[in-house]
Design a binder for this molecule. Structure first.
Ligand code: PDD
Length: 279
């Protein structure tokens, strides 16, 4: 694989970043994951816009233009022959001797991109659905910023695995915030889709936004409101959205089966619609 590091395209085993990089020492970095299907990027402008927002919220310098970012994505997709997969982008505040305090102006951001080949459209998750367990949401209060501080979500996925599940939904004060790396939705017995409103507690998902737009156009009722984990366990269906899974059916929550333990019809319809409209 060829990866991109600070202006250079290099073989992955020759790519280096400083041990003093603040992304490494402090988790002082932001990222994006954009899907590629048929060699084409999905929703690239929205990912770039969110990257700018994350940088702004952290007072991080942005030293690359959107045109350059697109060119780097395309170059890596082409060099690595990515037909289906993702492009991962990470931008950190830069490298400087370790100190909690920093002077952003003296720092040059570190920019790293790499690709991962993997099937996204025809996957086991899409066919069999995912088993979810709930865990407390112990993350910091700015989950709307897409930072590389992913220890808790990573441990959450490991806990889900150890409990025989595929992923975890996080719960604060009884209310579902989001999945470890995705936004959470339920489908009510009346056929409405429900997802919690945007706030500093969740990431404003690009896939979430696209799905809600499509639903509004096709006339599927959308309720943007909080829902409890109990309501989720009693819902007709549930699903998750993310750039790398699209619309992922949820077939059980904490051992309670939904829609007969199979992906539900509303979810499958939305997945089909997302794939038709976005890809
Ligand atoms: N995760 N919520 C969280 C906490 C996320 O990490 C993600 C994305 C989402 C969905 O956002 P989007 O639809 O823009 O991908 C929601 C990426 C895919 C990841 O960490 O790999």
């Amino acid at each position: 694989r060829t990866v991109y590091v600070n202006g250079a395209y290099v073989p992955e085993n020759e790519a280096t970043v400083s041990v003093f990089d603040r992304g490494f020492l402090f988790g002082d970095g932001i990222y994006e994951v954009a899907a590629v299907v048929g060699g084409k990027l999905i929703d690239f402008p929205a990912h770039t816009a969110r990257l700018h927002r994350s940088a702004n919220e952290l007072g991080m310098r942005f030293t690359v233009s959107d045109e350059e970012l697109l060119a780097i994505h395309r170059e890596l997709i082409s060099r690595n022959g990515v037909d289906e997969g993702v492009v991962y982008l990470q931008m950190t505040r830069g490298a400087i001797d370790r100190d909690f305090m920093f002077d952003t102006e003296k720092l040059t951001p570190t920019l790293v991109l790499f690709t991962q080949n993997r099937p996204l459209v025809d996957t086991g998750v899409a066919k069999a659905g995912m088993k979810i367990v709930s865990i407390p949401d112990l993350r910091w209060g700015r989950c709307d910023i897409k930072t590389v501080q992913l220890l808790y979500p990573s441990l959450g996925k490991m806990e889900a695995k150890s409990r025989g599940a595929d992923d975890a939904w996080m719960v604060r004060d009884g209310v579902v915030t989001e999945g470890t790396s995705n936004n959470a939705f339920i489908v009510t017995q009346e056929g409405a889709i429900v997802t919690r409103p945007l706030s500093p507690s969740i990431l404003p998902g690009i896939t979430r936004a696209a799905l809600m737009d499509y639903s509004a156009v096709s006339g599927t009722p959308v309720e943007e409101r909080e829902f409890t984990i109990e309501e989720a366990r009693n819902a007709a269906e549930a699903f998750i959205t993310s750039a790398s899974v699209f619309v992922g059916p949820v077939v059980s929550i904490d051992g309670v089966e939904l829609s007969g333990g199979k992906p539900g019809p509303v979810t499958l319809g939305l997945r089909k619609q997302y794939i038709e409209e976005s890809l």
